[in-house]
Design a protein around this ligand. Structure first.
Ligand SMILES: NC(=O)c1ccc[n+]([C@@H]2O[C@H](COP(=O)([O-])OP(=O)(O)OC[C@H]3O[C@@H](n4cnc5c(N)ncnc54)[C@H](O)[C@@H]3O)[C@@H](O)[C@H]2O)c1
Length: 380
């Protein structure tokens, strides 16, 4: 049965944006959404120019989010934008998401979801109250082989999980951190724009969410060691967090943006009593399955052994690599099912719950480091 597309709006994501294009392409890939308008930029003229480039109706391009909400809610329901993606710098996620939820829009939001855990909890309550869908774009959970990993762990294929190791290493802050002037050009180093953390809020939280997503385990407490590198640099650019789960399970999140010359080296390894699974973001179509006294197996998308969740997340025949746009597209497709009120598999898209967990992780990591590297509980 053919279905009309969901009318999508975008806040941020204009000409100069890094992640906006990933969202636009991802929303297109699943053929569930059509981008109608937005408030794409702080500069209205640039936003209009951007809208022209995308051949959007200029009357649906707004100078700011207030005008967006006012303009769209004044339209008849059958024309109004239904879902809005927030792809602005971190400090704007909470006020913008709040305003959108309260106005009845479904929200697709970038991470970290808010500046504080209390704000994330507030958004969770608002999502329930206003009965809207909230998707948090932890992009990497859309990869078929990450989903395969989740399904295999849930099915007990590797036995009981006893150790988890997630590493997210980038090097792009190394060329700017040693120069005070250059630092000013990076909003992720500015507490007013990034929030409480740089490295842990930007990428450590992806690794943390990946650990909980793939294993289904909940982290009980953390012990962290963070580095700002210079006393006059406010936010962490490198950090390690030891994780404790229930049943004596241990884990570690290692994150760095000064791992010189690393690109986007994000890996997760889960070690169980019967075997282990390992995945690497830079080779996302391979899932490594290790068992004692057996040759290592390399699992790939699109084969008969795929779990239902992995199968639903694969569009091409085996051997056609899928990448970050496809991974993000799977989150959009999952959210579309929720928006349409259709059934969907658990794990189809991260929700505001992941946002609350992520913010509690960030705050616990910061509190642990501040208290001199002590164990700090995540109370949820
Ligand atoms: N999920 C992922 O893998 C991933 C990857 C990169 C970035 N992100 C997240 O996406 C967000 C954006 O990051 P980025 O690297 O694209 O940032 P960016 O600085 O490249 O782009 C931000 C965009 O927001 C616009 N903007 C800023 N203030 C605005 C306002 N008040 N109204 C409308 N537009 C406004 C800017 O003009 C720009 O177009 C961040 O929260 C970041 O953490 C997520």
């Amino acid at each position: 049965m053919s279905q009309r597309k969901i009318r999508l709006g975008m806040i941020g994501g204009g000409h100069s944006s890094f992640i906006g294009i990933v969202h636009r392409i991802a929303s297109y890939i699943g053929e569930q959404y059509t981008l109608v308008g937005g408030a794409f930029d702080t500069d209205y003229n640039r936003a209009i120019d951007f809208a022209k480039q995308l051949e959007l109706d200029p009357s649906r391009t707004y100078p700011n989010i207030d005008a967006f909400v006012a303009g769209e809610t004044a339209l008849p329901a059958d024309q109004r934008i239904e879902a809005v993606v927030v792809v602005t710098p971190n400090f704007l996620h909470y006020p913008m998401a709040k305003q959108l939820i309260q106005a009845g829009f479904h929200v697709i939001c970038e991470k970290p979801v808010t500046n504080t855990a209390a704000e994330a909890v507030e958004l969770e309550e608002l999502v329930a109250k206003h009965k809207v869908v909230f998707a948090l774009t932890h992009t990497y959970t859309g990869y078929p082989m990450v989903r395969q990993m989740k399904s295999m762990i849930a099915d007990g294929v590797i036995g009981d999980v006893q150790k988890v190791d997630a590493q997210y290493y980038q090097g792009w802050i190394n060329p700017v951190i040693h120069d005070k002037e250059k630092r000013k050009s990076v909003w992720r180093l500015d507490p007013e724009k990034a929030g409480q953390s740089c490295c842990m809020g930007d990428i450590g939280v992806h690794a943390f969410q990946m650990v909980e997503y793939t294993t289904g385990l909940k982290t009980k407490k953390v012990l962290s060691d963070l580095n700002t590198l210079y006393p006059d640099n406010a936010l962490d650019v490198d950090g390690t967090a030891l994780l404790r789960f229930e049943n004596n399970v241990r884990g570690i999140v290692r994150a760095s943006q000064i791992a010189t010359a690393e690109e986007n080296n994000f890996t997760v390894a889960v070690y169980g009593t019967k075997g282990s699974l390992k995945w690497e973001q830079e080779n996302p179509n391979y899932l490594y399955f290790l068992q004692e006294n057996e040759p290592m197996q390399v699992m790939k998308p699109g084969h008969v052994y795929a779990s239902e969740l992995a199968k639903q997340s694969t569009k091409m025949a085996p051997g056609h690599p899928e990448g970050i746009f496809d991974s993000m597209a799977n989150l959009y497709t999952g959210a579309a099912k929720a928006i349409r009120g259709e059934a969907y598999l658990e794990g189809s898209y991260p929700t505001i719950r992941d946002g609350v967990r992520g913010m509690k992780f960030i705050e616990a990591v910061l509190a642990s480091a501040k208290a001199g590297n002590t164990w700090t509980e995540i109370v949820d």
